[in-house]
Design a binder for this molecule. Structure first.
Ligand SMILES: *[C@@H]1O[C@H](CO)[C@@H](O)[C@H](O)[C@H]1NC(C)=O
Ligand SMILES: *[C@@H]1O[C@H](CO)[C@@H](O)[C@H](O)[C@H]1NC(C)=O
Ligand SMILES: *[C@@H]1O[C@H](CO)[C@@H](O)[C@H](O)[C@H]1NC(C)=O
Ligand SMILES: *[C@@H]1O[C@H](CO)[C@@H](O)[C@H](O)[C@H]1NC(C)=O
Ligand SMILES: *[C@@H]1O[C@H](CO)[C@@H](O)[C@H](O)[C@H]1NC(C)=O
Ligand SMILES: *[C@@H]1O[C@H](CO)[C@@H](O)[C@H](O)[C@H]1NC(C)=O
Ligand SMILES: *[C@@H]1O[C@H](CO)[C@@H](O)[C@H](O)[C@H]1NC(C)=O
Ligand SMILES: *[C@@H]1O[C@H](CO)[C@@H](O)[C@H](O)[C@H]1NC(C)=O
Ligand SMILES: *[C@@H]1O[C@H](CO)[C@@H](O)[C@H](O)[C@H]1NC(C)=O
Ligand SMILES: *[C@@H]1O[C@H](CO)[C@@H](O)[C@H](O)[C@H]1NC(C)=O
Ligand SMILES: *[C@@H]1O[C@H](CO)[C@@H](O)[C@H](O)[C@H]1NC(C)=O
Ligand SMILES: *[C@@H]1O[C@H](CO)[C@@H](O)[C@H](O)[C@H]1NC(C)=O
Length: 783
């Protein structure tokens, strides 16, 4: 037994003789020896960086093509020869000693109790810890290197501040590639209480780059780290009473972020099997990423020939157009705001929100209240909702300069900037100049009686319009219900009649006087829609008729109340079967496959066949209703249309949708399309097959979510393991496999890779096969 191990050691030139990832107080590590984390991803030992001859104790990624150091113990006090020895004393103090016995570095940690079996361990995360060796899996360490980050951020490290000890953790660049001692650049997450979370790269005390603000999912402006297997990554900002930190949890620990000696932030991903770093984001990416290049009230846009312009409503201090301005403050407010009548806000879409240093954050305020709050305080220059997660509330109010604003072609958010009445008028008049000129000249010649005449004509015209829309109503068979009728039917909206709460408001069961059962959706009051618009939308939606869509019977508008009346579905929603242990067995495979087909048909109709082309935006098991024969019907379609505000085609500030179903590009960038529905459909498909919720599913062995787990099984050729256990063996293998295949195709991270609706629906082998081949190619699948 001994011989092979020794031989192996000799072969490996005595560099990795230790078979363990720990040392204890009876052992030590000398130069030339290393310890390796249990997953063989990280290694601790002595090294010399770049061209330097100095020796350092450090942790590096094992077996990468060029040595990548993650942490250095004695970064400021190098050893000048190979004489270093590391030991742990019986008080929990880890020390690095040179040849002459001088202490070069120590962890400076101490345990009071003497009977502890102390060990130093290099964890799989790259964290070097001193802990009680008798207790495994204890997260409370005596000391850990993750508390002392250097230039490298690794997943699970915390960056932020402990308010009790006052200690802040942040990154500091190396001085140069040959010298790990602290360089000029730092990366810190802003931790001041009451300030909104963002991060800065600073050179000394000067800000060079701002990352963020945090948008509820990630720091806005960062690419998302998602890999094929983990479509949505988790970057979390945690604020407790005692500490505030940002941490990124990677499923596989293969990401690192570093601040380079030159002050760049680089995020890269380790690709296997031949470990190699693939950069996924380097900031600054372009001129506009440099902090505040256009000065206060300036707006940087790389898509225009001159990058810097003033935000609309602000003007240049000099009128000299030839003066190519860059970083100086050249934009100014044209006149101070006085909270006068007519002052308002101009919406800018796709923006990087200004530095939140001089902003106030109110977490429980809606966007509407936010506008009011800003409007009522004359020193408030702008407002925004920084949080893009569903139902995100939160209000940022800026007082003073708007700094570091830029256009993000993809990850932008909406910013509302205050405008003086005159500017607002200018802006509108530009759009409506023609109309205004006409009406003004008419007004000029009209006499008083003429005005009355015009009024009459207008009234008639309006009546005709109304008549017209009621005609349409008749043709679409939508009835108008009175509030009293609905109130009676739902027992005065009693709690007993409540069926559930959807994204757009609560739903009640009702029974009309003539006995017909209905479902009443009471819309929340945030749509901001006028009554006429509402009616028009209802009429549009009522035209969508398909056997796999829930039928809209009518509506009710009275005062503030807006309601939609639907046919009642006795078997409730798909999730009430699928995720209920006692009821899931009622859905055998043929029923499930039938449901899958029905949903696909309904979706195809919404996306392609109907005249309106509707993107559902909240497709999920809870929105698939089942009729008395268990036929699936998509509900809540068209509601997203009603709630849409006039804004850029496919960019929304309010991400409606449900976690677990929203596609990455929608969650992160607010971009939605038919393909976002396809993503949700894919998730739904895999949920129907597996009987498990994507949201909240974490496989105990490898922390994958449902999508990652399915992909893993697929790669291991064990797709059938995914199937809901309650189906036993009663299913068609071919149908199950096809469903899983299609599901996987639909949840691909890249929008372009997801199939179009018809191909998802097609059940003939050839088209599926075509997509198959495509899938092999785009995911490097080779079998
Ligand atoms: C540590 O290493 C030094 C030199 O390599 C050796 O002299 C010493 O005995 C070792 N100590 C322990 C506790 O193993
Ligand atoms: C750890 O060891 C170093 C070197 O011997 C010493 O200077 C330091 O005080 C020790 N720390 C503690 C907490 O005992
Ligand atoms: C820890 O384990 C060691 C043996 O590994 C034992 O001698 C010691 O008493 C244990 N300490 C405690 C506190 O359990
Ligand atoms: C971990 O260790 C701390 C003290 O070192 C102790 O208070 C805690 O109970 C331990 N937790 C577990 C799960 O053993
Ligand atoms: C995790 O890393 C290992 C290499 O250590 C790799 O084989 C595996 O595919 C990775 N898993 C995922 C989900 O990326
Ligand atoms: C180390 O990396 C090389 C390629 O750089 C690869 O061939 C080898 O299999 C890797 N070894 C281990 C143990 O991962
Ligand atoms: C501002 O721009 C000028 C030249 O346009 C440059 O010399 C100066 O260093 C810049 N200042 C900052 C703070 O970037
Ligand atoms: C918002 O929070 C503040 C204090 O945290 C509280 O006083 C206020 O009532 C809250 N407003 C709403 C609408 O919840
Ligand atoms: C406007 O807001 C600022 C900053 O929060 C505050 O200091 C000031 O008192 C407010 N002014 C009014 C009139 O409320
Ligand atoms: C964003 O909104 C979500 C949902 O309302 C909430 O849970 C989360 O705490 C918010 N995040 C921030 C940073 O405000
Ligand atoms: C009435 O509706 C028809 C078609 O639905 C349309 O062509 C016509 O212009 C409408 N009339 C008015 C006055 O809007
Ligand atoms: C579905 O609803 C019908 C009518 O209410 C009922 O007869 C049937 O049992 C229900 N099916 C299931 C599986 O609950």
């Amino acid at each position: 037994m001994l011989l092979p191990y020794t031989t192996l050691c000799l072969l490996m030139l005595v560099t990795t003789c230790r078979s363990s990832d720990t040392i204890d107080v009876h052992q030590n590590i000398s130069d030339g020896e290393t310890i390796v984390s249990g997953n063989a991803r990280f290694e601790l030992g002595f090294f010399s960086p770049g061209n330097s001859k100095n020796r350092y104790l450090g942790i590096w990624f094992k077996n990468t093509s060029s040595q990548t150091v993650a942490w250095v113990a004695n970064r400021e006090t190098p050893l000048i020869d190979n004489s270093g020895v590391v030991k742990l004393d019986n008080q929990g103090n880890l020390t690095l000693i040179d040849g002459s016995g001088k202490v070069i570095w120590s962890s400076n940690s101490l345990v009071s109790s003497r009977n502890i079996n102390l060990v130093v361990q290099l964890l799989d995360t790259g964290n070097l810890v001193i802990r009680n060796g008798n207790i495994s899996n204890n997260e409370s360490f005596i000391w850990q290197s993750f508390d002392y980050p250097e230039d490298t951020y690794l997943p699970r490290m915390k960056m932020g501040k402990n308010f009790i000890t006052g200690r802040e953790t942040y990154l500091t660049s190396w001085r140069s590639v040959d010298d790990p001692s602290p360089g000029e650049y730092t990366l810190r997450v802003s931790t001041e209480k009451g300030k909104y979370t963002q991060a800065y790269v600073k050179r000394g005390s000067a800000i060079v780059l701002r990352i963020g603000p945090y948008n509820g999912i990630t720091f806005s402006g960062q690419a998302n780290y998602a890999s094929d297997a983990n479509p949505i990554s988790d970057s979390n900002v945690i604020v407790h009473q005692n500490e505030m930190y940002s941490a990124y949890i990677s499923k596989n620990n293969t990401i690192r972020a570093i601040v380079t000696p030159g002050g760049k932030l680089e995020i890269s991903l380790l690709k296997f099997p031949n470990p190699e770093w693939i950069p996924i984001l380097t900031m600054p990416r372009d001129y506009c990423d440099n902090y505040g290049v256009c000065g206060p009230y300036g707006n940087c846009n790389t898509a225009t020939s001159r990058y810097c312009r003033c935000l609309t409503g602000f003007e240049r201090k000099t009128l000299d157009e030839t003066n190519s301005y860059t970083n100086t403050s050249v934009c100014k407010q044209s006149m101070p705001f006085d909270c006068g009548l007519g002052e308002g806000f101009q919406k800018f879409s796709s923006m990087k929100l200004p530095d939140t240093e001089n902003a106030v954050f109110i977490s429980n305020m809606s966007l509407l209240d936010c506008e009011v709050a800003c409007k009522n305080n004359c020193s408030c220059n702008a407002y925004a909702n920084p949080n893009i997660t569903i139902g995100g509330v939160g209000c940022l109010l800026w007082y003073g300069g708007l700094i570091d604003v830029r256009v993000y072609p993809q990850n932008g958010q909406d910013l509302y900037v205050r405008l003086a009445a005159s500017k607002l008028l200018d802006l509108h008049s530009k759009k409506k100049r023609v109309v205004m000129e006409v009406s003004l000249s008419i007004a000029a010649v009209l006499t008083f009686s003429g005005l009355i005449l015009t009024f009459h004509t207008w009234r008639k015209w309006k009546k005709r319009l109304e008549a017209n829309s009621s005609n349409q109503m008749a043709s679409a068979e939508v009835s108008v219900f009175s509030l009293s009728k609905i109130s009676r039917a739902t027992n005065d909206f009693s709690v007993d009649n409540k069926l559930g709460e959807g994204g757009f408001g609560p739903v009640y069961k009702g029974q009309l006087d003539e006995g017909r059962e209905i479902a009443v959706k009471r819309l929340s009051k945030t749509s901001g829609q006028g009554i006429d618009e509402f009616k028009n939308e209802v009429i549009c939606i009522a035209k969508l008729q398909h056997r796999n869509l829930v039928k809209l019977l009518g509506y009710c508008v009275q005062g503030e109340e807006k309601m939609l009346i639907y046919e009642y579905m006795p078997n409730k929603s798909l999730d009430s079967f699928l995720f209920d242990e006692s009821r899931k067995s009622l859905l055998d495979w043929p029923k499930r496959f039938h449901i899958i087909h029905g949903i696909a048909r309904g979706l195809l109709y919404l996306h392609q066949d109907s005249r309106l082309k509707v993107v559902h935006r909240d497709l999920k098991a809870g929105n698939i209703l089942l009729d008395h024969q268990m036929r699936p019907k998509i509900s809540d379609f068209g509601l997203a249309r009603m709630f849409k505000e006039d804004e850029n085609e496919a960019n929304t500030k309010r991400v409606v949708g449900t976690l677990g179903y929203i596609s990455p590009e929608y969650a992160v960038n607010g971009l939605y399309s038919v393909k976002s529905d396809i993503f949700s459909f894919g998730v739904l498909l895999l949920e129907i097959v597996s009987g498990k919720k994507n949201r909240g599913f974490i496989h105990e062995d490898h922390n994958d979510n449902l999508l990652g787990h399915t992909w893993r099984l697929y790669k291991e050729d064990k797709s059938l393991d995914l199937i809901d256990e309650c189906l036993h063996a009663s299913y068609s293998t071919c149908e199950v496999l096809r469903s899983i295949h299609v599901g996987l195709l639909c949840v691909q991270h890249r929008v372009e890779d997801r199939p179009d609706t018809p191909i998802v629906v097609a059940s003939d082998g050839s088209r599926i096969f075509y997509q198959w081949v495509h899938c092999f190619r785009c995911l490097n699948f080779n079998r």
